[in-house]
Ligand binder design. Structure first.
Ligand SMILES: Cc1ncc(COP(=O)(O)O)c(C=O)c1O
Length: 428
């Protein structure tokens, strides 16, 4: 098929994320990707500003990750996890238990972020079920959150910008507090926690867990909030017997400047979800970690087993790549790279603050966000970015950068120069 035919077939038959099948947004045909460069089929090369949605932290087509994949392929790509186990999963569990908060000691593998969230929510429900408290079966969260597109994950996504408007009648009704308002670097104000406090105190007997993204609310608004919120939340959850679930699927593995975003607050959850960057963007793999207490309570309940077990659980190929991905993270000085990117974003993107079309510019770790006053025309601005040689995918009012950590200074300058050039067009 020619490029034109492939794109026509794609447009006719293939659904892309959050698009219409009748009037889809334009898609670009990719030939290959290497390092931080995505090469289009027509030969154009784009510097990647997205890490394929938080995941490709070491860039594309990495020789070491490729080697880990081919080595494992020559042994086995998959075996069932029921009754069988293997070194890649054992090694990965050991690594994850070592680097995540100390209280997390048990691990459950699944195949995507949304499923890891479903698993976390089921763990919380089964925990209270095993304690004889079957009515503790609701979740509390904050507005502007995003936890995935499967059923229960969807029920704790932002009720306005999420999918509640379509599925409200059949979604589980959860408790929502306003999203935290005090920003990451702002002076803390206790009033920011009052509504969450009231909500938890008034509904304690019904709430199994609070679930939220620590520090960075990602797809729900790219907002960075104050770590004190999490400290107060952790204390209150402990006091009221409510479990705390941190969804670190986007923030995990260094993106915010700490290995896990919860470290900004020195708090530990009862359950934590990881995904995305876990395999460096190579394969879909996710995990849900929990404490001995949660795992043992479920396992002493009735039924005395945890009721979940996906076909591709603990996939050896994905686990081997994840192992190499974590090794690379530590051997390539991720902390230095994330700081370097953060400094560059502050030095360049903040110049946009005077642009009257721009509401806010914020930077945390290797995340740079430009919030416009109005929704952008995604197809139009995407074309302008591609014409300038960069890959950036905005949504709503948000244009954001989260490049692979290995991006060189020269590539980083190219990325932000191109972004500034396109955004300055909005000044006219
Ligand atoms: C915080 C968070 N949780 C869950 C998910 C869902 O992950 P997945 O798309 O792998 O199902 C995402 C995806 O963007 C996310 O950002």
């Amino acid at each position: 098929m020619t490029e034109k035919e492939q794109l026509a077939y794609d447009k006719e038959h293939i659904w892309h994320p959050y698009t219409s099948m009748v009037n889809p947004l334009h898609c670009y045909l990719v030939k290959s990707a290497k390092g931080v460069t995505i090469e289009l089929n027509d030969g154009r090369k784009l510097i990647d500003g997205m890490s394929s949605w938080w995941s490709a932290i070491h860039g594309y087509n990495h020789p070491e990750l490729n080697k880990a994949a081919t080595n494992q392929l020559n042994k086995m790509s998959h075996v069932m996890f029921g009754g069988l186990t293997h070194e890649p999963a054992i090694e990965l569990s050991k690594k994850l238990i070592e680097i995540t908060p100390k209280s997390l000691q048990k691990i459950f593998f699944s195949d995507s972020g949304s499923v890891a969230v479903e698993v976390a929510m089921k763990m919380a429900l089964q925990f209270w079920h095993s304690n004889g408290l079957k009515n503790k079966n609701k979740f509390a969260t904050v507005s502007s959150g995003y936890h995935g597109d499967t059923w229960n994950a969807m029920s704790v996504c932002d009720p306005v910008t999420g999918m509640h408007s379509i599925f409200n009648d059949v979604l589980n009704i959860q408790f929502f507090a306003p999203s935290p308002k005090v920003c990451f670097n702002e002076k803390w104000d206790n009033s920011d926690f009052v509504e969450m406090k009231n909500l938890l105190e008034q509904n304690q007997s019904k709430i199994a867990a609070v679930i939220l993204e620590p520090i960075v609310q990602g797809a729900g608004g790219m907002r960075f909030y104050n770590p004190q919120y999490l400290r107060l939340l952790k204390n209150l959850c402990n006091k009221l017997d409510i479990l705390l679930i941190y969804d670190e699927i986007a923030t995990g593995f260094g993106r915010t400047g700490k290995l896990f975003a919860c470290e900004h607050s020195d708090t530990e959850p009862d359950i934590m979800c990881l995904g995305k960057a876990l395999t460096g963007g190579y394969m879909s793999l996710a995990v849900t970690l929990t404490t001995n207490k949660v795992a043992e309570t479920i396992s002493n309940g009735n039924p005395a087993i945890f009721m979940h077990g996906p076909t591709f659980m603990g996939n050896p190929l994905a686990c081997s790549i994840a192992n190499k991905n974590i090794e690379l993270l530590f051997s390539t000085n991720w902390e230095y790279n994330v700081k370097r990117i953060e400094k560059h974003f502050i030095e360049t993107l903040f110049s946009l603050k005077s642009n009257h079309n721009i509401k806010d510019v914020r930077v945390l770790g290797a995340i740079g966000v430009v919030e416009m006053n109005k929704n952008v025309d995604v197809e139009k601005i995407q074309k302008q970015f591609v014409d300038e040689g960069i890959w950036v995918r905005p949504f709503g009012k948000l244009i954001y950068l989260m490049p692979p950590y290995i991006i060189s200074d020269k590539e980083l300058a190219f990325l932000t120069n191109a972004l500034l050039k396109v955004l300055h067009l909005y000044n006219t």
